[in-house]
Design a protein around this ligand. Structure first.
Ligand code: NAP
Length: 332
């Protein structure tokens, strides 16, 4: 059988993860990478076909991909690159700005339908796997709320967005922010409660910050704790440390989380569903989810399905490398 030809769009942490993940997906081949900085990518991967993202005719002719996996940032890259790429090729992306998903879906759906392509948007682990788990929980336990908790382990989970926000502050050289779930909140749901939580009731935030010499640390700490949306509603602990300590103790991209929902069945029998993920590398794990969706979107495309889709619209069997016979015999 012909392999699925995958093209990576944008080469950062997730893009690197997709490249590494191809080896574990033997029905796929990486045909090349397109980037806004092809020289940078070629330096890292001299053997790889790499083209500028704007050289559309060239990469279409030279790479002829079945699917493009978009690995750009959600804030500024994907809102531009998603619509631009879906005009030419089937796409998969991890757009994670939850409140903008309905508008992004509508735009991608219109473009993909007009162009005759198929696009899976907003997949990864959240949005992505956890979205599916939330929907399943509400279908199986009507009336329940599904709660998402992040950073369950002792060290918590690295939040890239919050780390970026810290690095924008004057006097900050480098920073990493770890999110911690509040265990007592998880236990309340496991016990069968359906509480109305405020954001700060479920998580607290721990910041590790490297600063320039002479910075007023007390003022900076206050500035961090009062950043609206990011830190203001949460209990926030700020630790000032050296670059060496940050690099040695807090490197990598660890993250984990769970979706928990509780409700009742029948005449009030208690019921609870819980789904947990733990990643030593969040971008690599996200990449693995994107790859599985690339397989799914190519199958949808071959069936004649056009437009935008999410993880909720793709049969799980379409994401699997296994045949229907194996799925029936071993996974059911
Ligand atoms: N849904 C989920 O569960 C989930 C989970 C994790 C992440 N995500 C999403 O994935 C997005 C990408 O994350 P990421 O960690 O891969 O971001 P990143 O490393 O910052 O890469 C984003 C883009 O920046 C450019 N870039 C990367 N390194 C560069 C460098 N050294 N110099 C210049 N440009 C560079 C690349 O584009 P060019 O090659 O075009 O320059 C790349 O596509 C995030 O914004 C997030 O929205 C989603």
């Amino acid at each position: 059988m012909d392999k699925i030809k995958v093209m990576i769009v944008g080469y950062g942490n997730v893009g690197r993860g997709v490249r590494k993940s191809i080896a574990a997906n033997t029905d796929m081949e990486l045909v090349g990478i397109i980037s806004r900085g092809p020289e940078r990518v070629k330096k890292e991967l001299p053997e790889m076909p790499v083209f500028h993202i704007d050289d559309v005719d060239t990469w279409k002719k030279e790479l002829n991909p079945d699917v493009a996996i978009l690995c750009g940032g959600s804030k500024n890259d994907l809102p531009v690159q998603g619509p631009a790429l879906a005009k030419h090729v089937c796409t998969v992306d991890s757009f994670d700005n939850h409140s903008c998903i309905p508008q992004y879906f509508a735009e991608m759906d219109k473009i993909a339908k007009n162009a005759g392509t198929s696009a899976v948007i907003s997949t990864g682990w959240d949005p992505g796997i956890f979205s599916l788990e939330r929907v399943l929980a509400s279908a199986f336990l009507p009336g329940s709320n599904a709660y998402g908790f992040y950073g369950l382990g002792e060290k918590g989970g690295l939040s890239m967005g919050h780390s970026d926000a810290l690095r924008t502050l004057d006097g900050v050289i480098d920073a990493r922010q770890f999110t911690h779930a509040i265990p007592e909140a998880i236990e309340r749901i496991r016990k069968g409660e359906n509480p109305e939580f405020a954001a700060g009731d479920m998580h607290w935030r721990e910041c590790f910050v490297v600063v320039e010499e002479g910075v007023d640390k007390a003022a900076l700490e206050e500035q961090i704790k009062s950043m609206p949306g990011y830190f203001e509603p949460y209990k926030t602990v700020v630790n000032f440390i050296s670059q060496e300590e940050l690099d040695s103790k807090y490197a990598g991209f660890p993250h984990d989380g769970c979706v928990v929902a509780s409700g009742t069945t029948g005449d009030g029998s208690k019921a609870m569903v819980e789904y947990r993920c733990a990643w030593e590398s969040n971008p690599e794990a996200t990449a693995n989810v994107l790859i599985a969706h690339a397989r799914g979107v190519v199958r949808m495309f071959k069936e004649g399905k056009r437009g935008a889709f999410t993880i909720l619209d793709i049969p799980a069997a379409y994401m699997s490398q296994h045949s229907q016979e194996t799925l029936l015999a071993k996974f059911m």
